[in-house]
Design a protein around this ligand. Structure first.
Ligand code: SF4
Ligand code: SF4
Length: 668
């Protein structure tokens, strides 16, 4: 029976909880509203897989396991208490095994909390920063668990039935209490005192949730539930013709959407994103964890003032822009958009879209961006490639190759349009990959064509650095050409073009089948259209490109292709698949100079070198260039080669001697 006295404190705790929750939810609502999102079934499934089964959390096994101990150590006893106290008494055949489970779970949870404390305050991995509320949450949880198990052992010390033998931990503690010679009265008083402490600790815990790091108990599941279910590589569409828009991109916290602000509140500061960020790993001034938490702190400061001002119907006095005050320019521009942070974040926080939104404001409204991008933008504007190389030389690589150009054979019924992309068209090293691919296509008798000088940059280099205006111009020009030629299927050897054409062009009204060459080659091998008879006798390590792997989910096709080649000693990189390290060229870095810290391509090469390869394989022109530079930088050209998968297939198909000589210098 709940007493009035208890009820009073329960109500106070509940009121504090509701008030705090309301405050946080109102903060999210300062953001731009979003359309309601569907697919509730698949969202709930992810919530179960991530929230309950801890799939992503357990990818980092030890801290993940500790969290799992704590999660179930809290959740299951709570669930059982609710059932037994308010609904019905369990029959012995359920109650007894349940006592055993609860007993062990409580012990595991206590061990979990102690190990969490040890990890946070003794071993202290660099990704963790400690704040007062981390310690208070740990102490609160530990005391709740300890008082709970102490209460149970007091109960067991005065009863002697089957329950004791099904609760070994409680029984052991009960024996200790009995051994201490406590009489029944003392135990009764002790039980009352411990119960009160336990009760008030639980109420304090409830009231403390919205005001502390414990808030992630609420915000994390909500954030997982409302995660983006768009294709992974997509950036939000910006309506540049919106006449009501006062500015583009984000420079004030309230210009983020409600979902983006919810993201900030879901962060548990676990640091997984930071541990996997190539910029952070190479001493650049960027930590995705810090970005999220700096924005969150800013939201907590500015949000209440904004809410008050909106209530009064007044404007808030001008506040300094986010970039330069909350987020520093070097941080903002250090991101390679590799998506490693997002794939490792256990609560599905979306870092890249916030970074690109702030870049959009810098570029579109302030014209503030790293100076090297000026030349890239100019090249894209005038010649539709970031180097500004003559548009009329875009198809020079064709030379004597047998490659049809669509404008010269418009009536030709083609299976594929081969979308070559800027790097594979202009860069001497990468032109070799295009040649290899066209030789394979001709060998297979595939009817394909290229656009030649009618092809333009897909727009990815402009979009990732925030120049949405230029991106849309470039994309629209390609879309008009695709529509004119009624293109139905596109093959590309570049994961950046693949992602942009496949998932981003539909935002501008054009969709068609887009195939990456690794998928095409995998299918050709599986259908026995290609026979790779030449043994290559090399030790080879595959590097997963960010935009093929993490952004597009293509991990198996390149591996299947490589593993089907005779005498190729295939080795997985230590960091592979979602853990693959960026080559350092994404997010505009192909056209910017790394002036701070270690170069990302050198960092990645050193990582791959731990597997002692003779060849490195990849499937992206950016990665080919970055590895090529890193190999030269280390003076390893004689013992180590970087190849695109198309080049390796060509060698396995025609024999090594057919390879044309590879230029020693990149031409772009
Ligand atoms: S996308 Fe990559 S570079 Fe950018 S913040 Fe995330 S991990 Fe770091
Ligand atoms: S953003 Fe995600 S991965 Fe990074 S610290 Fe926050 S919760 Fe952890």
């Amino acid at each position: 029976m709940i007493k009035t006295f208890d009820l009073f404190f329960i109500l106070i705790s509940l009121m504090a909880f509701i008030r705090g929750m309301n405050r946080r939810f109102r903060l999210w609502r300062i953001g731009k509203s979003i359309e309601p999102t569907g697919k509730m079934g698949s969202r709930l499934k992810t919530l179960l897989v991530e929230g309950i089964a801890h799939r992503r959390i357990l990818q980092d096994f030890y801290p993940g396991l500790l969290h799992l101990f704590l999660f179930f150590g809290f959740l299951i006893p709570l669930f059982v208490i609710i059932i037994t106290q308010f609904m019905f008494t369990l029959p012995p055949w359920i109650a007894l095994p349940l006592s055993l489970v609860l007993d062990l779970i409580a012990l595991t949870a206590i061990a979990g909390v102690i190990l969490i404390f040890f990890r946070r305050y003794v071993s202290r991995p660099s990704r963790l920063d400690n704040r007062a509320d981390d310690l208070s949450a740990i102490i609160l949880i530990l005391f709740i668990l300890v008082t709970g198990i102490f209460l149970e052992s007091l109960r067991l010390s005065v009863i002697s039935n089957d329950v004791q033998s099904w609760a070994p931990v409680g029984k052991a503690l009960a024996s200790l209490l009995n051994g201490a010679g406590l009489n029944l009265n003392t135990k009764g008083v002790l039980a009352m005192v411990v119960f009160r402490i336990h009760f008030f600790l639980i109420l304090a815990f409830l009231a403390y949730i919205p005001y502390s790091k414990l808030f992630h108990i609420i915000s994390a599941p909500i954030n997982i539930l409302f995660r983006s279910i768009e294709p992974k590589g997509i950036l939000s569409h910006l309506d540049l013709e919106d006449e009501k828009a006062e500015s583009f991109g984000v420079t004030k916290i309230e210009e983020f959407t409600v979902k983006q602000l919810m993201d900030l509140d879901a962060c548990t500061r676990c640091g997984r994103c930071q541990d996997h960020c190539p910029a952070h790993l190479t001493e650049k001034p960027l930590s995705p964890k810090k970005i999220i938490n700096d924005l969150k702190n800013h939201m907590s400061q500015r949000g209440p003032q904004l809410i008050k001002a909106r209530k009064k119907g007044s404007e808030l006095e001008e506040v300094p822009p986010l970039v330069g005050h909350v987020i520093q320019e070097d941080e903002l521009w250090a991101c390679t958009t590799c998506r490693s942070c997002m794939e490792h974040c256990p609560v599905y926080i979306e870092h890249i879209d916030k970074i690109v939104d702030m870049r959009r404001h810098q570029v579109l409204m302030e014209s503030k961006f790293p100076e090297e991008l000026t030349a890239a933008f100019k090249g894209l504007e005038t010649h539709s490639n970031p180097w500004g190389m003559g548009r009329d030389s875009r198809a020079d690589w064709v030379e004597e190759l047998d490659v049809p150009i669509l404008s010269e054979n418009p009536a030709e019924d083609i299976e594929f349009l081969l979308f070559v992309g800027c790097i594979r068209s202009y860069d001497d090293r990468n032109k070799k990959v295009t040649e290899s691919m066209t030789k394979i296509l001709n060998h297979l008798g595939i009817k394909f064509a290229i656009l030649g000088i009618e092809e333009g940059c897909c727009g990815d280099p402009a979009r990732r650095v925030g120049n949405e205006y230029l991106y849309q111009i470039l994309a629209q020009a390609n879309i008009d050409t695709f529509k004119r030629y009624k293109i139905k299927k596109i093959l590309t050897t570049c994961p950046h073009c693949y992602n942009t054409l496949m998932v981003e062009y539909p935002q501008l009204g054009f969709s068609c089948d887009v195939v990456h060459h690794t998928v095409f080659l995998q299918e050709a091998i599986q259908n026995s259209r290609i026979k790779l008879d030449t043994p290559l006798n090399k030790k080879l390590t595959y590097h997963d490109p960010c935009y093929l792997g993490r952004h597009s989910g293509i991990y198996e096709s390149p591996r299947d292709v490589l593993k089907s080649i005779r005498s190729l000693d295939f080795r997985e990189a230590v960091h592979s698949r979602i853990d693959s390290l960026c080559c350092g060229a994404g997010g505009g870095w192909m056209w910017m100079d790394e002036k701070i810290g270690k170069r990302v391509n050198i960092h990645r090469l050193e990582d791959v070198l731990t597997t002692h390869p003779e060849w490195i394989a990849t499937a992206c022109p950016f990665c080919v260039t970055m590895f090529d530079d890193a190999i030269k930088d280390k003076g390893m050209e004689d013992k180590l080669k970087i190849w695109d998968i198309a080049e390796i297939v060509e060698q396995a198909l025609f024999g090594e001697k057919k390879r044309a000589s590879i230029p020693s210098e990149s031409s772009t």
